[in-house]
Design a protein around this ligand. Structure first.
Ligand code: ASP
Length: 312
């Protein structure tokens, strides 16, 4: 599960293949075809996702036996974590998306219902990745170059949901041990939770083990982690949804910024004015992007600086 290593290797291989030129194209075509085939398989799988989700969640509930006892003893931790995920995923992340794009974040999120359901059912960012890539490209029109670069990295390192539940877990364990946390310890929890969420793997319960880093940092026993692990199958569902939502909104923001930049460059190219006497021959020879203007009709207060180039 060395996902980060795989991502890094893929990036370096991509650069190397591009450097090979025509010789590398065969392998690039092979990977592209392989990727397209995977996408087709994912679209077939998506047809039975609702039934699969029902059985995945149902089997867990049946497995637990005395679920009421577990939920009441750890209830507050579970509710606080899920509430944190709802606030972050339902308010904070959409607001960040809105601040950058001025577009409705919920319209964007609506196109990603299937990957969110997959994340909820599998509790794995890595397992959700193919569905997420497919939906974000097809439903939200995000550029393939952005989605296929950002989402695999995001599924590995960007885990907002994990950072939230890890902070909750650390505070919960501190309270269980009757340990009063001071401001310095709370700050340590925030910093180490951010770092340990990056280290967590995108698999079920991937973030539980790295809570040990936080507990060690604030001097709490790590053996209470088993309690967190016992209820992680509940909390991990919303954790994973928020983890993948953060990646998707990040890709959406980048796509928007990229589109804005492309539009700006287009505008700059359109605004090239050439001081020239138009004649048929020169018009044929110069770039189609260069506009020939009649100098007599030129406005006196032109804001755009003009090129002094003359076309013969
Ligand atoms: N299950 C989470 C994910 O795959 C990781 C975690 O346990 O925090 O994103």
């Amino acid at each position: 599960m060395n996902i980060l290593g795989l991502v890094l290797f893929a990036l370096i291989l991509g650069v190397a293949l591009k450097k090979l030129g025509p010789e590398g194209e065969e392998l690039i075509r092979f990977f592209s075809a392989f990727n397209e085939a995977t996408m087709v398989i994912v679209s077939w799988i998506m047809w039975y996702v609702p039934i699969g989700i029902m059985f995945l969640v149902g089997s867990k509930i049946v497995e637990m036996g005395n679920i009421v006892l577990l939920v009441t003893s750890l209830g507050k931790y579970i509710i606080a974590s899920i509430l944190g995920h709802i606030i972050h995923g339902g308010i904070v992340l959409p607001l960040i998306y809105f601040a950058f794009t001025r577009k409705n974040p919920f319209t964007f999120l609506l196109g990603l219902i299937t990957p969110f359901a997959t994340a909820f059912a599998t509790s794995s960012s890595s397992a959700t990745l193919p569905t997420m890539i497919k939906c974000i490209e097809e439903n939200n029109g995000v550029d393939k170059r952005i989605s296929r670069f950002i989402l695999p990295i995001g599924a590995t390192v960007n885990m907002d949901g994990a950072a939230i539940f890890q902070c909750m877990a650390a505070v919960f364990i501190a309270q269980m041990n009757n340990s009063e946390l001071n401001a310095g310890q709370i700050f340590t929890i925030l910093v180490t939770a951010t770092a340990s969420s990056v280290g967590a793997a995108g698999i079920p319960a991937g973030g539980v083990l790295t809570i040990a880093i936080i507990l060690e940092a604030i001097g709490l026993p790590t053996n209470d982690l088993s309690l967190i692990l016992a209820v992680d199958w509940i909390v991990d569902r919303t954790t994973t949804v928020v983890n993948v939502e953060g990646d998707a909104l990040g890709a959406g923001i980048l796509h928007h910024l990229n589109q804005k930049e492309v539009a700006k460059n287009q505008q700059e190219l359109n605004d090239v004015y050439v001081e020239a006497v138009p004649n048929c021959k020169s018009e044929e020879e110069t770039s189609p992007l260069v506009m020939h203007r009649d100098q007599t009709s030129k406005p006196t207060s032109m804001a755009v600086p003009e090129s002094k180039e003359s076309v013969l």
